[in-house]
Design a protein. Structure first.
Length: 132
């Protein structure tokens, strides 16, 4: 499946009650829960910090009932140990106005990307060597 093989992209799927129905391998790496542990549990109990939970539930409900999509953006979620996980998060809903909509959350870990930006590349190091 395409979603399972996306490198560095954590994808979680959940039903209208926010219960996890899909958890790819990158979600395991990023958040620390095995797919079997996450399955059937409300997503907010797994990766949403306590202070954000009520708003996440309101946003999800507004999308279901009013069609107000959750905007993409930077978030600080949490892993199994409660440690912060900075991500860029994007949401997609399939079968939106049916009895069984499914939402997918696509998360890209930001500290990995930012660390790569800060690390000198081989080209930078070669240029630095040439200029010395």
């Amino acid at each position: 499946m395409l979603l399972e093989n996306l490198p560095n992209v954590a994808v979680q799927g959940y039903d209208r009650n926010r219960r996890v129905i899909y958890w790819n391998a990158e979600s395991v790496r990023l958040y620390g829960y095995r797919a079997e542990e996450a399955a059937g549990r409300p997503v907010e109990e797994l990766i949403i910090p306590e202070p954000m939970r009520a708003q996440v539930i309101r946003n999800h409900t507004a999308w279901l009932c009013e069609g107000k999509a959750i905007p993409p953006g930077r978030l600080v979620l949490q892993d199994k140990q409660g440690c912060p996980v900075p991500v860029y998060s994007y949401h997609v809903m399939l079968d939106e106005f049916t009895a069984d909509p499914v939402m997918f959350c696509v998360d890209v870990r930001l500290d990995d990307i930012e660390a790569e930006r800060r690390a000198p590349s081989a080209i930078d190091m070669d240029l630095e060597t040439l200029l010395q």
